[in-house]
Design a protein around this ligand. Structure first.
Ligand code: MIC
Ligand code: SF4
Length: 640
């Protein structure tokens, strides 16, 4: 039987297990990446594992999320990260060098290799033919220590792109179409593998826009072939030697196939507040826009911003719109400066931001109250922009630039002839902002300012769990609901006691206080609980507040693993209707937890309503052992 690309890479990296979809496998990890908002925890965790230096081929620590230094916290974190990178043999990409996923694509990604990153959009490097997966910080720390990464063997979905993209139809529209068809739950347990003649029309950064937003499908990863387009991109990055061809065998088999005819697509837009809430731009054109943000790891590449510059050249931003642009990397910004496109952007009235995540995660540029913001990012969850009642729409760079000029949602086809931007034959390669760790690391000491607080210790799994339902939430709860982002809260990422007080604050402002007063409790939720980011703080804060179990209809992959890593029991209903018979304040009891975990025969008794619900877990034997050991750190240390 012919192999698809995903199975080829998995077979070459398989450390344990069988390649049967749904079964747990262990994968050898070649490269890791961390970013500052998750990295502080990841390096504290790596340090706790007790290994002197990373054992991967390459590990890179990026600073791109918390770049506002309005007080000492972020600067403390950055100094800690720089010293930890030097100590542990990790390359350090300094603040200003760019967003981790964009820089990794440019400078480090290698077709056919595996990458594990403590950020949910790590699959961006799938645009180069890597198998790139997002995970919690502790999983990445474990991979840096040389252990394989455990994941359930994915099903492989072939997304077959045929036809030539219609005018003004971009990579962003392709992934928005996939989201419209499959929804934010549609990729769970799957890798999306793109093939077909349509692939040849997409540059590597275009492909990366698509693999980036595979995270919004809940997919384990997304991948494109490595072909002559990839070879040219790598050569332009002075990395021709990293090229390896990769494609599916001609008779490759897939678990599912989805056909998309690119010539029939139209420019699309995701309406507030979910990335799968997708309609044609033409259907909502004319709505007033207050802000346009162009940037984020989804759409901030050289070609993206060159197209924006071409649209804005010689024109003026609409007086009712604030236009902000954050290039994805220093390389992109330097290129735009060198060829004059930066002048076109600034002259038109764009406000240039630094090469960082910024507005994407609510770090600056929050829209006005009830404002409408058109963004090129990947997520539009409620409140994520920092303005709780703002309405965020997701579009391509072209549609964002069109709205910046007209002041209303505008179909980019109204701009006339489509814009063609050539990929340069050579990018201005300059790695001086990437610090290579010293050869002699013994004398390096890790610097810890007051914002670096000790790691919380996961609790051991008790024999009995009894507690009040402190919170009952619905479907598709994101990690932004559980642990909001935004400048003030993100600055506390390395201070768990302080950040925990913000847990669920946008859902129920009293949650943290009530949890502490009750000495813990239980969270009940619906489908796809914990979708979105990889932030393990969405597990660490509930742990700190004494939560022992989360009972929902289904979980998102990364969040469920984060709960296990910190010893919180992730349970699901056997009968989803039972969810309806639980109310906040009900007292629930689980007996014989340790035994029931092993046999997967747990029952939750609702003492308030005198009812009993069968519940289950989907943990592998290894995950059960982690739960019994009291979390991944203790489990790994037992093995060192
Ligand atoms: C995000 O886009 O939500 C983040 C911020 O990049 C997160 C990581 C984090 O919370 O630090 C992610 O996507 O994993
Ligand atoms: Fe940064 Fe936004 Fe990308 Fe997350 S989604 S890595 S916050 S740019």
């Amino acid at each position: 039987m012919g192999q698809n690309m995903t199975r080829k890479i998995i077979a070459a990296h398989l450390a344990e297990g069988e390649m049967i979809p749904g079964q747990e496998i262990a994968l050898k990890i070649d490269q890791t990446l961390t970013q500052d908002a998750t990295g502080t925890m990841a390096y504290l965790e790596f340090e706790a594992i007790g290994i002197p230096a990373v054992r991967t081929e390459l590990s890179v620590s990026y600073v791109d999320h918390n770049t506002l230094q309005v007080s000492y916290e972020n600067a403390d974190d950055h100094r800690f990260l720089q010293s930890a990178a030097a100590k542990f043999g990790v390359k350090f990409s300094r603040m200003g060098n760019g967003i981790c996923h964009q820089v990794h694509l440019e400078r480090f990604g290698v077709p056919g290799k595996t990458l594990l990153g403590s950020d949910s959009h790590t699959p961006t490097s799938g645009g180069l033919g890597m198998l790139a997966i997002g995970a919690g910080g502790l999983d990445v720390a474990t991979a840096m220590a040389g252990y394989p990464f455990y994941v359930s063997m994915p099903q492989v979905v072939n997304i077959h792109l045929y036809g030539k993209p219609a005018p003004w139809v971009t990579a962003k529209d392709i992934i928005l179409e996939v989201l419209r068809l499959l929804t934010v739950k549609g990729g769970v347990g799957k890798v999306m593998e793109y093939t077909g003649e349509g692939v040849s029309y997409l540059s590597v950064p275009d492909r990366a826009t698509i693999t980036n937003m595979g995270a919004e499908l809940g997919a384990t990863s997304s991948i494109f072939p490595s072909d002559e387009v990839t070879a040219r991109f790598l050569a332009a990055q002075e990395r021709a030697g990293d090229f390896v061809a990769l494609g599916p065998d001609p008779d490759a088999e897939y678990d599912e196939v989805l056909e998309i005819n690119l010539s029939e697509l139209e420019p699309l837009i995701a309406l507030p507040h979910m990335p799968d809430n997708v309609v044609k731009i033409a259907d909502v054109a004319g709505r007033k826009v207050d802000q346009v943000f162009i940037g984020s790891c989804t759409n901030s590449s050289y070609t993206d911003l060159m197209r924006v510059a071409a649209i804005l050249k010689g024109k003026t931003v609409h007086p009712g719109v604030s236009l902000v642009i954050a290039p994805g990397s220093r390389q992109v910004l330097v290129s735009l400066a060198a060829n004059g496109a930066l002048t076109d952007l600034v002259a038109a009235g764009a406000r240039m931001l630094e090469c960082a995540c910024g507005p994407c995660v609510g770090v600056g540029q929050s829209p006005c109250s009830a404002g409408v913001s058109l963004r090129t990012c990947n997520r539009n969850f409620e409140g994520r922009s920092g303005t709780v009642d703002a309405k965020i729409y997701l579009v391509s760079c072209e549609a964002a630039a069109a709205a910046a000029l007209t002041g209303v949602i505008t179909d980019p086809r109204d701009l006339g002839e489509p814009i063609k931007v050539e990929m340069p034959e050579k990018f201005p390669v300059d790695d001086r902002m990437i610090i290579v760790p010293p050869a002699n690391r013994e004398d390096v000491s890790i610097v810890r300012g007051p914002n670096i607080q000790p790691l919380p210790v996961a609790s051991s799994l008790p024999g009995e769990i009894k507690g009040e339902v402190l919170l009952k939430v619905g479907d598709n709860i994101t990690t932004d609901h559980i642990m909001p982002a935004g400048a003030n809260i993100m600055a506390l990422r390395s201070n768990i006691p302080a950040i925990s007080m913000h847990a669920f604050e946008r859902v129920d402002a009293t949650f943290a206080e009530r949890a502490l007063a009750a000495g813990g409790g239980i969270i009940v939720g619906g489908l796809n609980y914990g979708q979105g980011s990889s932030r393990e703080h969405a597990a660490l804060a509930p742990l700190y507040l004494g939560i022992k179990t989360v009972l929902v209809k289904s979980f998102a992959r990364i969040h469920m693993q984060n709960l296990v890593n910190f010893g919180l029991l992730p349970l699901t209903f056997v009968n989803d209707e039972d969810y309806d018979t639980i109310d906040p304040g009900d007292v629930l009891l689980l007996e014989d937890v340790r035994q029931g975990l092993v046999t997967n025969t747990l029952t939750v008794r609702n003492l308030t309503r005198d009812k009993a619900y069968p519940v289950k877990h989907s943990l592998s034997e290894r995950q059960i052992e982690i739960m019994l050991a009291g979390g991944l750190l203790k489990y790994v240390k037992e093995q060192v």
